[in-house]
Design a protein around this ligand. Structure first.
Ligand code: HEM
Length: 313
């Protein structure tokens, strides 16, 4: 089952942001940890510049991210990770991968990679840094599992510039979101979850795969039917966190992507009903933007059947 399910009684125009509770964490570890970390590392080896970029001047923010994520990971998952700090001398142990690293905090030559690049290979989340300057431009990132974008597309752009292609219906919300990002308290991150339906469970859906994804979609969509679509679509959820970093003042944007086969979620009456209610009230331009429109009809029919059958009641 998906750990987050951002579907309700209707499409959420407010985008569902909330403060993270003190017991919630920026880093989440699940059963996919070993495969996702291996996949990330392979992508970064194959084409480093495509998946990792950092502007000069972001070093302090990168150390901020490393400190925060290692501390949270060791605190929330003491069986998986440990962190020993002796002044600036740190020792990180990753028991899941049987790896360890000694380094001096703030000294780049004591780590094998840039701090953001190194810490990103310890966690399942994609990690992006937005500048503390006005406009919150994207200034560093390790992005291996994006849904339809890549660093080259958005690097250096402001928060509002990044979101220009999003439908007009959500532009007022994005204006509000920018103000919210400017006001995040340092010790209280904000989070939200976004949703989509995809014809694949491929985690890396960077822009380089957009043309092949769209070709596949136009070939397969005409044959999709209510009785088979449950086994053809994946629900893709992004748990997104936004954290104000203490020294640099920059913002860390973390994305943990979760996915599951539609049939494995929709067999529960409540989940089917919530997806149906959300999809029925989603603005048309949003369904088109999310590339759901080509299979919208069989998807709605399938969910209607699930709800009518009352399975899981
Ligand atoms: C509270 C903060 C945020 C909100 C409410 C928000 C909202 C949205 C919405 C509504 C979309 C349209 C697609 C969808 O609904 O999934 C979107 C797309 C996107 N968002 Fe955000 N977002 C936030 C933060 C960020 C940040 C910090 C980044 C930084 C990189 C970002 C990057 C993107 C990108 C790259 C897209 C795809 C744009 C495209 O089609 O080219 N978002 N976001």
């Amino acid at each position: 089952m998906l750990p987050y399910f951002p579907f309700g009684n209707e499409f959420d125009h407010r985008m569902g942001t909330a403060l993270l509770r003190p017991d919630e964490t920026l880093v989440e570890v699940d059963e996919h940890y070993p495969t996702e970390i291996a996949r990330k590392r392979a992508l970064l080896t194959q084409d480093h510049r495509y998946y990792f970029q950092a502007r000069p001047g972001t070093e302090q923010a990168q150390w901020d991210v490393l400190e925060r994520l290692l501390t949270e990971a060791a605190t929330h998952y003491p069986d998986h990770f440990s962190l020993t700090q002796n002044g600036p001398d740190w020792h990180w142990q990753n028991h899941l991968l049987n790896e360890d690293q000694h380094f001096t905090f703030g000294q780049p030559d004591t780590l094998p990679l840039a701090p953001l690049d190194w810490v990103g290979r310890q966690v399942q989340e994609d990690l992006l840094i937005l500048s503390a300057e006005e406009g919150a431009a994207l200034v560093a990132g390790q992005l291996c599992f994006p849904n339809g974008w890549c660093l080259d597309d958005k690097f250096g752009q402001t928060f509002l510039g990044i979101h220009k292609p999003a439908p007009d219906a959500v532009q007022p919300t994005l204006q509000a979101a920018q103000k919210l990002l400017e006001r995040i308290p340092t010790h209280r991150p904000v989070w939200r979850a976004s949703w989509n339906f995809k014809i694949t469970d491929q985690l890396d859906l960077s822009t380089r795969y957009s043309a092949s994804y769209n070709d596949d979609l136009s070939q397969r969509a005409p044959d999709m039917a209510a009785d088979t679509i449950g086994d053809q679509l994946f629900i893709r959820i992004e748990r997104q966190t936004f954290t104000k970093l203490p020294r640099s003042g920059a913002i860390l944007f973390g994305i943990h992507t979760y996915q599951n086969l539609l049939a494995h979620e929709a067999f529960r009456y409540d989940r089917a009903r919530r997806m149906l209610n959300t999809l029925r009230t989603t603005p048309r331009d949003m369904l088109t933007y999310k590339a759901i429109a080509p299979f919208e009809r069989p998807l709605l029919e399938f969910l209607e059947q699930q709800v009518a059958n009352g399975i899981g009641l």
